[in-house]
Design a binder for this molecule. Structure first.
Ligand code: CA2
Length: 158
């Protein structure tokens, strides 16, 4: 069974324990569990990794590039946390494994928040972006990844 990789960046291990007004009450363990359950339903194995270390996320993206080339991985959903707004290294890593499809996902609507959250270094390298759907956004991103790569409405004849 092909895999989908779900990556979460710095501080997302705190999900559900603080700032519920912004990020809700669902924990990261809950998110990973419902992503795995959804993956089973749509026919993909789901692997999850959260790291507070930029380099660990970059190493995982490089590994994902190799798995994608081998036909073992459909793509990646990543919530890079605050690295979104700071990390040219993450941008380069995603560009470096092109054409691996990477969907950027944010729980909150970053565009309705502080100005420093409006810019993303990841977006120009991403195949798609999901913002502001709360933790359901991870499922929207998984479905978007499948639609983009397997069941694209855009490639179907009317
Ligand atoms: O909305 C998102 O998903 C963000 O990626 C979350 C990041 C933030 O820096 C981005 O601008 C938008 C923050 C992740 C930290 O998550 C926490 C969760 C609960 C408590 C504290 C932090």
């Amino acid at each position: 069974m092909k895999k989908i990789l779900i990556l979460n960046g710095p501080n997302l291990n705190l999900l559900g324990t603080r700032e519920p007004a912004q990020y809700g009450y669902t924990t990261l363990a809950d998110v990973e569990a419902f992503c795995k359950a959804h993956g089973e339903k749509i026919g993909y194995e789901v692997e999850c990794l959260q790291s507070n270390w930029e380099g660990a996320l970059i190493d995982k993206i490089h590994e994902a590039g190799r798995l994608f080339k081998a036909g073992e991985l459909l793509g990646v959903v990543i919530n890079p946390g605050a690295l979104t707004h700071t990390s040219i290294a993450l941008h380069d890593a995603i560009k470096g494994v092109d054409p691996l499809p990477v969907i950027e996902c944010h729980i909150s609507n970053v565009h309705a928040r502080e100005e420093f959250r409006h810019h993303s270094w990841v977006s120009p390298a991403a195949a798609g972006i999901v913002v502001g759907f709360g933790v359901d956004g991870y499922l929207v991103a998984m479905d978007g990844l499948v639609r983009k790569t397997v069941n694209s409405a855009a490639t179907k004849k009317p």
